[in-house]
Design a protein around this ligand. Structure first.
Ligand code: UDP
Length: 490
């Protein structure tokens, strides 16, 4: 009697931040739907954000599971219960969390030895995972949760060092050797990159990340061919990287419960569902959705200016204001950043969600006409997948590169005029004025240019959906990747 061969077993190891875990869980679910046995490795607290969706997938018969490791909080000098970047409230805590993450190498090796997967897919922020996988004799694939364009810009800046030739922080330079003419400034680069060349320690860290990628078995990207074809080609052909694009991964969430709970099942409440009912009362394309992702830090002065800008624009809105554990202990009336009487005046026009919002469901609602985003890659992809044009307000990391794709290359967004990439948790200054805010919002929401952007966004939406269907570009890349792994040719 023929026995069925063992399924391909892949271990997924996401970074401990919502923006990394969310697409990795989606990816594990996508792989499980292709007959792969998918195991997600994480810590107890982080598992609680997505355990319900995994449970539902298991009930549906998919081979998907979670393996837990203890987070070395105490060893790194962190209080118990701090296991995710979104819980960090100071830079010092941030450094300790990164130290704790670096202590996960040994537990990872132990899990690989116990579970015997055929392949490890580990986050790009874990450069040491390439070596751990090599020790146990399996391929390691890197997962980067960003755009090809951002990867190409990073490579260009490290390779050609254009920052050495600029004489001031705000002098424009052309990013060398990439497919389009993209002009940027030193101030728009991530802090680590800005210091590279002068600060040897950060340069070493960046090169380590790059080396772990180059010596890995390849890179999985949450993107799709039709969105950034020149950068897929550049990354593959010019930079010689082995890569598979299998996105947008968020499209695997078809079930309403999956969408509602995505990323933070603990945060679902009637309050969050009420925002969808509120949207039902609004006209199509009339509401602006405002959210700065899961970790961004915005100064009270800047939040106050944003509130004034929103009010002056006259647009209807849903505004998500992130809450840290510390904020949650404080009372709402201590929110000094809100202009006096703002919520009273905005009754019926706008909603503020404090905490976690069901972003996929909000963006998919026909009343949403625009998204004011910090240009985190997941948010951009989710906006594109919903056919919603954007006001772009990059804050940190590689978000200024992502902005270029949205505003200059695929032209589905208006830049708000942000000029400075903040160091993590250090955005004290007022970076964008009320005038910048009102002007960008009205450009996005009304007029001929707005309609053109909406039409382009809508075309991309259908391309994104097509990409993940049988025969689509992302689906074909996924098949090629799985075939390669099954044949041991990766
Ligand atoms: N997100 C959400 N609700 C929120 C805030 C964020 O669902 O209130 C999700 C969002 O849909 C996206 C992720 O969290 O999938 C944020 O990732 P992104 O890359 O946009 O930004 P980051 O948080 O990594 O800066």
């Amino acid at each position: 009697m023929d026995s069925k061969p063992d399924p391909l077993h892949i271990l997924f190891f996401p970074h401990l931040a919502h923006g990394h875990m969310i697409p990795t869980i989606d990816m594990a679910r996508v792989f499980a739907r292709q007959g792969v046995k998918a195991t997600i490795l994480t810590t107890h607290l982080n598992a609680s954000f997505f355990s319900k969706v995994i449970e539902r997938d298991r009930e549906l018969g998919f081979e998907i599971d979670t393996v837990m490791i203890k987070f070395p909080s105490v060893e790194a000098g962190l209080p118990e219960g701090i296991e995710n970047i979104s819980s960090i409230t100071s830079q010092e805590m941030g450094y300790k969390l990164f130290k704790a993450v670096s202590l996960l190498q040994q537990p990872l090796q132990q899990v690989l030895e116990d579970c015997h997967p055929n392949c490890l897919v580990a986050d790009g922020m874990f450069p040491w995972a390439t070596e751990v996988a090599r020790k146990v004799g399996i391929p390691r694939l890197v997962f980067y949760g960003t755009s090809y364009l951002a990867c190409c810009v990073l490579d260009s800046i490290l390779r050609y060092e254009p920052l050495k030739n600029v004489t001031s922080d705000d002098q424009l330079f052309e990013v060398p050797g990439i497919p389009d003419k993209i002009m940027m400034t030193r101030l728009q680069q991530a802090a680590e990159l800005r210091d590279s060349g002068t600060n040897t320690e950060t340069t070493v860290v960046l090169h380590k990340l790059l080396e772990a990628e180059i010596t890995s078995s390849g890179v999985i990207m949450n993107s799709f061919q039709e969105l950034e074809p020149a950068y897929v080609r550049h990354y593959r052909k010019t930079l010689g990287r082995k890569t598979w694009h299998i996105g947008p991964l968020s499209l695997c969430n078809n079930d309403i419960e999956d969408k509602l709970e995505r990323g933070n099942a603990n945060a679902v409440s009637t309050h969050r569902v009420e925002c969808l009912i509120w949207l039902d009362s609004k006209k199509p394309n009339s509401v602006l959705y405002i959210c700065f992702g899961s970790v961004s830090w915005i100064s009270p002065t800047q939040l106050n200016e944003l509130a004034k800008g929103i009010e002056a624009s006259g647009v209807d809105f849903i505004w998500v204001v992130r809450k840290t554990n510390k904020d949650e202990e404080e009372e709402e009336d201590k929110e000094e950043w809100l202009p006096k009487g703002f919520e009273e005046r905005m009754k019926g026009k706008g909603l503020i969600i404090r905490g976690w919002a069901p972003q996929l469901l909000i963006l998919d609602h026909e009343a949403i006409g625009g998204f004011l985003t910090h240009c985190g890659w997941n948010s951009i992809l989710e906006s594109i997948t919903a056919g919603v044009p954007m006001v772009t307000w990059p804050l940190s990391n590689e978000q200024f590169s992502n902005e270029k794709l949205v505003t200059d290359i695929v032209r589905v967004g208006v830049g708000i005029g942000a000029q400075e990439c903040s160091k993590w948790m250090e955005s004290k200054k007022l970076l964008v004025t009320k005038e910048n805010i009102t002007s960008a919002i009205s450009q996005l929401m009304v007029g001929e240019e707005a309609n053109d952007m909406r039409n382009r966004a809508s075309a991309l939406k259908w391309m994104a959906k097509r990409a993940v269907e049988e025969g689509g570009s992302s689906h074909s890349d996924l098949k090629a990747l799985l075939d390669g792994l099954r044949l041991n040719s990766i």
